[in-house]
Design a protein around this ligand. Structure first.
Ligand SMILES: *Cc1c(COP(=O)(O)O)cnc(C)c1O
Length: 357
């Protein structure tokens, strides 16, 4: 067995997908399954597909290319780079856009390849990440886009709770729907997609407050970890323990809680502070900040405390644990969105798939 490893329960991922897709379908909402957090590992993508997602969404084109053998439409979640336009027309079906200059480049490349490309215009409803903020700019962009022969404007969308922490609610989503109606009436075109956000929109479904007309959500964390992200609550009928991190103890010794000598900077340039709790039993695990930020994981044994880490090591206080740990023992941790992102990105973490029925 190779450590450190992240163990992924494929059945739980499939079941989470099914539960969430069913909930969305009851509200006439299609699910874009977002695969970026686990670097689009195929074993997991296949469970999302089996669970009923309609579209595969990822922020990295490399991931969408890796998934090209899967039949579902591919949506690029991050705004296209001008330098990427050729690859996008080749490999991506739908992009989210906010810049006319980039849509023009997509249009030219699409015409060159004689290949239609679908776009969703992003509207910034106040979170201040991506999206057209000014309504006049939005209207001018629509006017230009509808004259582009190889570009299909299929809808509008928004992203919330990412930079500004703004929650999706009845007010901002109804504004999105009003913009849709205005564009449809003014230009006499159908906008079939209204993409109403990410896992932070799930709470509106659960409380029955999602405005009618929102018909797509782009969901990553809610599927992977069974949590909505507006309030961080568990989603009914889903599992949160879909993935467990395991790492190995390489040193276990009794040491003081306060370092000895003059304190300068730690490995990351911060000046650390310490409280004196006397001598403690400390375990060092072979996993480091190159793989995961220790603040983003939690020991399953709640009597273990994470003290900190450096690029290659994580230091734990195991004094209060009821189990007597030894060098070579494996310690397990639950993961969060941030830790899943970095653990999958790290080539040093062994990814292990299990199917517990
Ligand atoms: C990452 C991302 C999502 C998915 O977010 P979750 O919180 O994981 O559901 C949706 N939309 C966009 C544009 C994204 O970048």
């Amino acid at each position: 067995m190779r450590y450190p490893r992240i163990e992924i329960d494929l059945n739980k991922i499939r079941s989470n997908t099914q539960t969430i897709v069913d909930m969305c379908h009851r509200h006439h909402i299609d699910v874009v399954g977002v695969t970026k957090v686990f670097c689009a590992e195929k074993e997991i993508v296949e469970q999302m597909i089996a669970g009923g997602i309609s579209i595969i969404g990822d922020s990295r084109i490399e991931n969408l290319i890796k998934l090209k053998s899967y039949d579902l439409p591919k949506l690029l979640l991050r705004l296209p780079m001008l330098s990427q336009v050729e690859a996008i027309i080749e490999h991506v079906d739908i992009t989210l856009n906010s810049e006319l200059r980039i849509i023009r480049a997509l249009s030219e490349e699409a015409a060159k390849k004689q290949k239609r490309h679908q776009i969703i215009l992003m509207v910034d409803l106040g979170d201040l990440r991506e999206g057209i903020f000014d309504e006049e700019t939005l209207i001018r962009t629509v006017e230009s886009v509808i004259s582009m022969e190889y570009i299909d404007l299929i809808g509008i969308g928004t992203n919330l709770t990412c930079y500004g922490g703004i929650l999706p609610d009845k007010d901002n989503l109804e504004r999105l729907l009003a913009i849709r109606s205005y564009i449809e009436k003014t230009y006499n075109i159908p906008l079939k997609v209204v993409s109403g956000g990410n896992s932070s929109s799930i709470y509106l479904l659960e409380s029955g407050k999602i405005p009618e007309g929102i018909n797509q959500l782009r969901l990553g964390e809610s599927i992977v970890l069974g949590r909505e992200t507006a309030f961080g609550l568990k989603i009914k009928g889903t599992s949160q323990d879909t993935m467990i991190l395991q790492c190995e103890i390489v040193e276990l010794q009794e040491k003081p809680s306060v370092p000895i000598g003059v304190i300068g900077m730690d490995a990351f340039g911060h000046v650390p502070t310490f409280e004196d709790h006397g001598m403690r039993q400390k375990a060092i695990c072979a996993i480091g900040k190159q793989d995961v930020n220790p603040d983003d994981i939690r020991p399953l044994d709640q009597d273990i405390k994470i003290l900190g880490g450096s690029s290659d090591y994580m230091i734990l206080d195991v004094t209060d644990a009821s189990k007597k740990y030894q060098v070579g023992d494996i310690i397990s941790f639950s993961v969060s969105y941030g830790s899943v992102l970095s653990l999958f990105t790290s080539a040093y973490i062994n990814k292990v798939y299990v199917s517990n029925e």
